[in-house]
Design a protein around this ligand. Structure first.
Ligand code: COA
Length: 692
């Protein structure tokens, strides 16, 4: 298919970008050169009086093709040249917008002389989310058109505006579609372009710049993209267009090559690839899921119900205990009411959501559900008995899912006569907020069941990652190695606040000990007690047990590694610091000064090493599956792309060198390098080079 459809209708030259699925301005696929050449030719063609550019399918254009300039920033110049040819065209050029009009798509529209939008159009600059700035003139043309304050809001907030809003701010000239839109375009044939005044500076607005500078200084994120956007917009108020574009080009190139943007771009593409079943597409029909039953109205169960209701799915909530049921329903109603109070939901929508919920007190009520999610107490026998009951009553094709976070999905499946229909759906808490779901494939889980489970996860707006069945699956298995190092660092000389601060300064949303305080330490304690029976020789630090024995389970008991005088804000507790120091003496470890660098390296490389084992064992199919889990479920900085991407960037030879150093020290046994990392070093490859 040609990337540009060219039609002449009288004096109108109508150009339609046809580059599915989202019409990116691809250089490789020839979109940019076709547009460039056609506009240049039209200038010399006397039969053309006006040019219109639109997009085929659902969207006008979702932007530049990010893959085009991954390692070649100069390629963006091809886009810039196209935009200046459009801008300088002596005949009127009209952008006819609909659907997504993002990034380079909006820059193309801004370079045109007129813009009209269909009511469904959404116009935005999401580059900041990729650690970039609009590098094709957006930072210069947008403030000139809509003013500094609105331009900053659009480029730094990253959220698109609707067609009506765009018209109100003068970003589009009219909201029109169909024949009326075409008639409007044809009428532009008579327009004079002589009085366009877009080359001088934008009107100054230092107050708006200061507001954003203060916001950015408060919380660093997204690399330095936000600072660079402010610098470009400020320049737009001082410099002429040509000088402004030169500065924008320079800062864009810097960002494109930055580690932060590389990490964010990796996260963007990884999230889009992650929910796909490797190698089994289109061999069967993905089951349709129109109704769901959830068993268990505890914190997880009610959070899952909320996530389903928010996606407008009818849900039957089943809970045998009357008090637990009314508490769960109360939590659900309260969360929906909170959305209304915050203006996120209208009263009508809230009522409609609540009306989708039915409550029942017997498992038999799950008989008609397309998919059942069990969220009862985390005990294998309790879960097996629920699945045995489900097996008797669920309809033939139903998907039977367990929300276990650590238990063996195969043993749960064994309680049924249809293990191929059983899958794990490990939601993260709070389930209505956290985007991640590990979709756990048991030994017997069929590809069809997996596809159905993944489709449900997508339908409720979450990111589903396929994980093999093992203790802890992908996320918690890696987290255990991360925590193990954090505890040993305490034994060897660090204190909780230092461990957390070092990792937070490196970018983790929350340090490991604060995370444990938030999650509740009793869960880990009960897992350790279970393991003490099944794996008595498994070594681990006794510090978390000592803290649990004091009844300090974290925030929910008002104290854990920290104390929480206001219930939320952690404060270092001398009692815990003393406990840690005393414990080192008791186990005969001489405490030493530990650097922040050592804390970060040990905690992060422990994740990487376990991640490599998980990959070799096929528990994760691809390294980016692990990255998506860590960025979306464990607060790993998106700017670093995830532990496996980070390892690729740091270099495996360096990681092996550091691991060998750690291996020669206390508890060195834990630093046996995963054979896969050694293999990568030997062959000069990266995790990303491995085929899933
Ligand atoms: N460059 C390259 N590929 C892009 C892209 C871009 N700017 N935007 C989207 N794609 C690809 C996706 O990777 C996906 O490819 P795949 O099908 O091979 O996995 C495909 O287009 C569809 O995108 P997806 O996000 O799955 O569809 P959606 O309907 O959920 O969302 C958008 C559509 C446009 C809202 C979303 O893709 C998006 O936000 N894109 C990024 C826009 C952007 O940042 N533009 C500025 C770039 S500098």
């Amino acid at each position: 298919m040609k990337p540009l459809k060219i039609e002449q209708r009288g004096c109108l030259l109508l150009l339609t970008i046809t580059n599915p699925p989202v019409n990116v301005l691809s250089i490789g696929a020839g979109v940019v050169s076709a547009l460039h050449e056609t506009v240049v030719n039209a200038v010399g063609d006397p039969s053309v009086a006006v040019i219109a550019i639109r997009g085929d399918g659902r969207d006008f254009c979702a932007g530049a093709d990010i893959k085009d300039f991954e390692n070649a920033p100069d390629e963006v110049d091809r886009l810039r040249e196209l935009f200046s040819v459009v801008d300088a065209c002596p005949k009127p050029v009209v952008a006819m917008l609909h659907g997504n009009v993002l990034g380079g798509g909006l820059e193309l529209a801004l370079a045109a002389h007129f813009r009209i939008a269909a009511p469904d159009a959404r116009l935005g600059f999401p580059e900041v989310m990729l650690g970039l700035l609009p590098g094709g003139g957006g930072t210069q043309r947008l403030p000139r058109r809509v003013g500094v304050a609105r331009a900053l809001e659009m480029m730094l907030g990253g959220k698109p505006v609707a067609a009506g809003q765009a018209a109100d701010m003068g970003l589009v000239d009219a909201v029109l579609e169909g024949e009326a839109a075409l008639a409007w375009v044809v009428a532009r044939a008579e327009s004079s372009l002589a009085d366009r005044a877009t080359t001088g500076p934008a009107a100054a607005d230092s107050a708006a710049l200061d507001v954003w500078r203060a916001k950015i200084a408060q919380r660093p994120s997204l690399g330095t993209a936000r600072e660079s956007i402010v610098a470009c917009v400020e320049a737009a108020t001082r410099l002429d267009l040509k000088q402004g574009l030169a500065l924008e080009r320079e800062l864009f190139t810097e960002l494109l090559l930055s580690e932060a943007s590389r990490g964010l771009r990796h996260s963007f593409f990884a999230e889009r690839k992650v929910g796909r079943l490797p190698g089994s597409e289109a061999k069967f029909e993905t089951p349709t899921i129109a109704s769901v039953a959830v068993i268990g109205a505890g914190t997880m169960g009610s959070g899952i119900v909320l996530a389903l209701l928010n996606a407008q799915l009818p849900v039957t909530l089943i809970e045998l205990n009357e008090n637990a049921l009314s508490a769960g329903v109360g939590r659900i109603a309260k969360a929906i009411d909170r959305d209304v109070a915050k203006g996120r939901l209208t009263n009508e929508k809230a009522a409609a959501r609540k009306a989708l919920l039915t409550t029942e007190s017997t498992v038999d009520a799950a008989a008609q559900a397309d998919l059942v999610i069990e969220a009862v107490f985390e005990d294998i026998e309790v879960k097996r008995s629920v699945f045995a009951q489900l097996d008797r009553i669920a309809k033939p094709g139903a998907i039977l899912a367990s929300n276990t976070s650590t238990l063996d999905v195969d043993r749960i499946a064994d309680a049924t006569q249809r293990p191929h229909q059983v899958v794990g759906l490990h939601f993260f808490s709070p389930a209505n907020i956290m985007r991640l779901v590990e979709v756990v494939r048991g030994a017997a889980t069929s590809a069809q069941t997996l596809a159905g489970a993944l489709a449900l996860v997508r339908k409720i707006g979450k990111v589903g990652v396929i994980a093999g069945n093992c203790d802890g699956f992908i996320g918690n298995r890696i987290f255990e190695e991360y925590l193990r190092q954090a505890y040993w660092l305490l034994e060897e000389g660090a204190l909780p606040a230092q461990v957390d601060a070092a990792l937070e300064a490196w970018g983790m949303a929350m340090g490991p000990l604060r995370t444990m305080d938030l999650a509740g330490q009793d869960i880990g304690w009960s897992i350790r007690k279970r393991r003490a029976v099944t794996q008595p020789n498994r070594p681990y630090s006794k510090i978390p047990d000592l803290i649990c024995e004091m009844g300090r389970f974290g925030q929910k008991t008002g104290a854990g590694y920290y104390r929480y005088p206001d219930g939320r804000t952690p404060e270092s507790d001398p009692e815990i610091d003393e406990l840690v120091i005393r414990h080192s003496a008791q186990i005969g470890v001489e405490r030493r000064v530990i650097s922040d660098e050592e804390i970060v390296e040990r905690c992060v490389f422990a994740m990487v090493n376990e991640g490599a084992r998980i990959l070799s064992e096929g528990i994760a199919h691809r390294s980016f599956d692990i990255d998506v889990i860590y960025v979306n479920g464990y607060g790993f900085p998106a700017e670093r792309g995830g532990p496996m991407f980070y390892a690729d960037r740091v270099g495996h030879a360096h990681i092996i060198e550091r691991m060998n150093d750690f291996r020669s020290r206390r508890e060195g046994w834990a630093w046996e390098p995963a054979p896969l990392i050694e293999w990568l070093v030997e062959h000069g490859e990266t995790f990303a080079d491995l085929k899933g």
